[in-house]
Design a protein around this ligand. Structure first.
Ligand code: NAD
Ligand code: DAU
Length: 333
């Protein structure tokens, strides 16, 4: 099988590629990635060269996509602008990639007559106070990020219903694990705690997220790719729900720091209070999460401790300016 994996140089995409190639030595993967600030060649260094081709291109570039898809049996689309805070400050790239880029890929997969698996998010459902979202919950996105992901999802459904395209969606809860960009909550807190820097907790820190170890999500994607039905949505929720402040406390314990590092800063605009996803339908296909938060967070903190070479260049580049813009005036000294 030859797969087209878009956004395969990012956090979840590269985890998926490394895992799939390690398990299937006869597979080939074409990774098409724009290599934005979030995509890195180094993330794919462990994948065997004979099995992987990296094409640096935009999913919205029709010609590049048509060339890359040639001979592939399916597309798995991870490519997206993925950070909520950046979408609040500058939404344009989110609409372009997450909506228009998804449309270009759907057309290419339809022309090639192959399956399109869209990687989506629980954020399209909005916030839930009690209970858990199922696949039939209404779409009520809060941020420009989640609205653009919802736009991509709606196009997937439309392509399946209108053209009979073999297209389907997985929606995951918050992923964490090695290789996640330091802009996201867990790596940001781990790296700041290790350095003895302030920990910017938005608002009261009681927002709840449903944590999913990224290797577990990667395994769910193959299950859905192989056994999922066209036109369907499959939710992949993690085994634990935790308020952000609890996550930060766990990180403080693991890094040997105390709570004096915590700064409660101005809340995120339109901040969703709680996400909770029922994974029942995906479990019905034979998938189960294997890694609980206690184990996953230990492995994650250990990985960042041992892989300074991976994150140091990120923290000193574009991220520095982003960090100043995002937190500079919020944080105490
Ligand atoms: P990420 O930001 O780490 O990676 C995104 C990748 O897409 C990068 O390699 C980037 O270079 C690439 N990319 C961006 N724009 C592109 C374009 N126009 N053309 C080609 N490549 C482009 O994101 P992630 O956390 O790995 O998320 C991957 C996917 O999973 C996204 O679609 C995201 O919405 C979804 N998702 C993420 C989470 C999470 O917790 N991280 C949870 C649910 C769903
Ligand atoms: O739920 C799935 C989504 O999870 C994915 O679709 C997104 O791509 C991914 O980025 C993630 O979105 P979140 O907004 O939930 O993740 P983030 O790491 O940005 O924030 C997690 C929580 O932590 C959220 O409630 C905001 C809070 N937070 C985040 C940062 C970066 C803070 O309190 N302080 C921070 O500095």
């Amino acid at each position: 099988m030859k797969l087209l994996v878009t956004g395969g140089a990012g956090f979840i995409g590269s985890t998926y590629v490394r895992r799939r190639l390690a398990e299937r030595p006869d597979d080939e993967i074409v990774v098409l990635d724009k290599l934005t600030y979030a995509g890195r060649r180094e993330n794919l260094a462990a994948a065997p060269e004979s099995q992987i081709e990296l094409v640096e291109a935009d999913i919205a570039d029709r010609e590049a996509v048509a060339r890359a898809i040639d001979g592939c049996g399916a597309v798995v689309n991870f490519a997206a602008e993925s950070h909520v805070d950046r979408s609040i400050a500058e939404p344009d790239a989110f609409i372009q990639t997450d909506v228009f880029g998804t449309f270009v890929l759907l057309e290419a997969a339809r022309d090639a007559g192959i399956r399109h698996l869209q990687i989506s998010t629980d954020e399209v459902y909005g916030s839930i106070e009690e209970g858990s979202f199922t696949e039939s919950s209404p779409i009520e996105p809060s941020s420009p990020y989640s609205a653009s992901k919802a736009g991509g999802d709606l196009l997937v459904g439309a392509f399946q219903r209108t053209y009979g395209a073999d297209a389907l969606i997985v929606r995951a809860s918050n992923n964490y694990g090695p290789f996640q960009h330091p802009e996201k909550l867990i790596p940001l807190m781990v790296l700041n705690a290790m350095a003895g820097d302030r920990l910017p907790v938005y608002g009261d820190g009681m927002q709840v997220r449903n944590w999913l170890f990224t290797e577990d999500f990667a395994s769910a994607i193959d299950v859905v790719l192989e056994r999922g039905e066209a036109g369907e949505v499959y939710n992949v929720g993690g085994p634990e729900e935790l308020p952000n402040i609890e996550v930060v406390r766990r990180i403080l314990e693991l890094t040997g720091r105390d709570e004096s590092l915590i700064d409660h800063v101005t809340d995120r605009l339109g901040h969703d209070r709680r996400y909770s996803l029922s994974a029942e339908r995906t479990e019905g296909l034979g998938w189960r999460a294997q890694v609980h938060f206690d184990e996953g967070i230990e492995r994650t903190v250990a990985w960042y401790r041992d892989n300074r070479d991976w994150w140091e260049p990120i923290r000193s580049g574009e991220y520095r300016e982003y960090y100043e813009r995002q937190y500079g005036t919020k944080l105490g000294s």
